[in-house]
Ligand binder design. Structure first.
Ligand SMILES: NC(=O)c1ccc[n+]([C@@H]2O[C@H](COP(=O)([O-])OP(=O)(O)OC[C@H]3O[C@@H](n4cnc5c(N)ncnc54)[C@H](OP(=O)(O)O)[C@@H]3O)[C@@H](O)[C@H]2O)c1
Length: 330
């Protein structure tokens, strides 16, 4: 084997983040191909997706970590992946080389903006049969946040659910999944996204630009069994007039200040969500996708070399559905 062939086998194209905070630069470079641990698989990544978490965490590190800490915790971007298994860890059962899988791992090690990534098999599932890599890569973080938030809020047949932020990555899945769970769904979005949210199956839509819907007039009082705040802007207090007496308030504000966390933990039926990836949850969403009941809404698609633009799109806060990165062309 020539030296250049060995180099090809060991190195891969990957996004190398440099710097922290607003000045982070995401450039295409080369990194060592990762090696799967006992319970991991090595995946040839076909598509990855963009989540606000990456740039938010990067901003937090910029503020909090001392310079030495920053060197010890290199910024990593990319949790979601869809691709093909090319190598199995020594202890892996239930997956084969060649399987098309999707999933995510939040443990700061997956770094899916690369040609290859390792991932624990508890965090992946086989891709739904009728779904391409782009649509599958959009699902893991946002789709499971939607499912786990609705489950935490006891969403079920006949329950009325308000989804604040219904047009974004998480919200677009939440509307569809809530419908699958048998809920009566009301989505909150801006005027330009009303049609999209209706097309996802919302029974009613509230335009947040038309007035403060959180303060309904006495005759129009609404009482939702669950308020799922996907924007992470609201609190149980700001949504008090929208909640039924025993209604649940669930927020995606994953990294809340300790004081708020304590406040929420004291309130019955209010909680903050921290998503985790599980094979069973991916399979549940995958079954709905196979049945055509849930789909990925793709806001925009970028190549790996365009990762910086993809994250700028996410930071705009205006994405309709998911921003996806096609790692392999096609
Ligand atoms: N804790 C966790 O485990 C977890 C997991 C996933 C996500 N999150 C967090 O959840 C949040 C949402 O994530 P995402 O991926 O859905 O974000 P996203 O896709 O970037 O959300 C963008 C969407 O939010 C809508 N929006 C903005 N302001 C709004 C408002 N005031 N009312 C209603 N809709 C509004 C925008 O619509 P317009 O342009 O029409 O305003 C846009 O469609 C982020 O803060 C993320 O960090 C947390």
């Amino acid at each position: 084997m020539s030296l250049s062939t060995i180099a090809l086998a060991v190195f891969m194209k990957a996004i190398i983040p440099e710097g922290f905070g607003p000045s982070v630069r995401l450039t295409l470079g080369e990194r060592k191909r990762p090696v799967p641990g006992k319970n991991d698989v090595l995946v040839k990544v076909h598509a990855a997706s963009v989540n606000p978490k990456d740039w938010k965490l990067n901003l937090t590190l910029a503020r909090a970590a001392p310079p030495l800490g920053r060197r010890l915790i290199p910024p990593l971007f990319g949790d979601d992946l869809a691709g093909e298994i090319v190598q199995l860890g020594a202890g892996v059962e239930g997956f084969e080389v060649g399987d098309r899988v999707y999933g995510m791992d939040m443990r700061l090690r997956t770094a899916t903006l690369a040609e290859y990534a390792v991932i624990d098999t508890r965090r992946i599932a086989l891709m739904p049969a009728n779904t391409g890599f782009i649509e599958a890569a959009a699902v893991p973080l946002a789709g499971q946040t939607a499912l786990q938030g609705l489950r935490k809020g006891q969403a079920g047949p006949g329950r009325s659910v308000l989804i604040i932020g219904a047009s974004g990555g998480v919200g677009s899945y939440a509307v569809q999944i809530a419908r699958q769970l048998g809920c009566h769904v009301t989505g909150v979005c801006s005027t330009r996204n009303i049609e999209l949210v209706q097309s996802l199956g919302a029974d009613a839509v509230i335009d947040y630009t038309a007035g403060d819907y959180r303060q309904p007039a006495p005759g129009q009082r609404r009482a939702f069994d669950l308020v799922f705040d996907v924007t992470a802007y609201e609190t149980p207090a700001s949504c008090g007039a929208l909640l039924a007496p025993a209604g649940y308030f669930i927020s995606t504000m994953g990294h809340a200040r300790p004081a708020l966390r304590t406040l929420l933990s004291r309130r019955r039926n209010a909680s903050l969500l921290r998503v985790e990836s599980w094979t069973a949850d991916l399979q549940t969403i995958g079954e709905w996708m196979t049945a055509g009941a849930v789909r990925s809404v793709i806001d925009s698609r970028f190549t790996l070399a365009e990762a910086q633009q993809a994250y700028e799109r996410s930071r705009s806060g205006r994405a309709r559905g998911k921003i996806v990165i096609a790692v392999t062309p096609g």
